[in-house]
Write a protein that binds this ligand. Sequence first.
Ligand code: SF4
Length: 95
Amino acid sequence: MEGNQINGQVVTEDELLALGYRKYYGEELDIFYHQAICAHVGNCVRGDSAVFEVGRKPWIIADNGQSTAHSIEVIASCPSGALKWRRHENTEEAG
Ligand code: SF4
């Protein structure tokens, strides 16, 4: 699933927040998570447990990722759409 889109459209931060996603700030990449959509499959935790760790507060630390590209890959492996990402500034619509 495309981690920066909903229904084939690049999604904005305002749209994500309005839909009920919670934002986890990162220097390059913000990660958004929607608990009610999450299917608890665990692809995210298996993909990068430094970023996604159940039981930790906050459970998502965007800046712990190996790389922005890897975090985007892990988010794309989320089958439910509960995870989304937004890049900052000039790279905003890339990916
Ligand atoms: S991969 Fe997506 S659906 Fe699975 S636990 Fe993580 S956020 Fe939830």
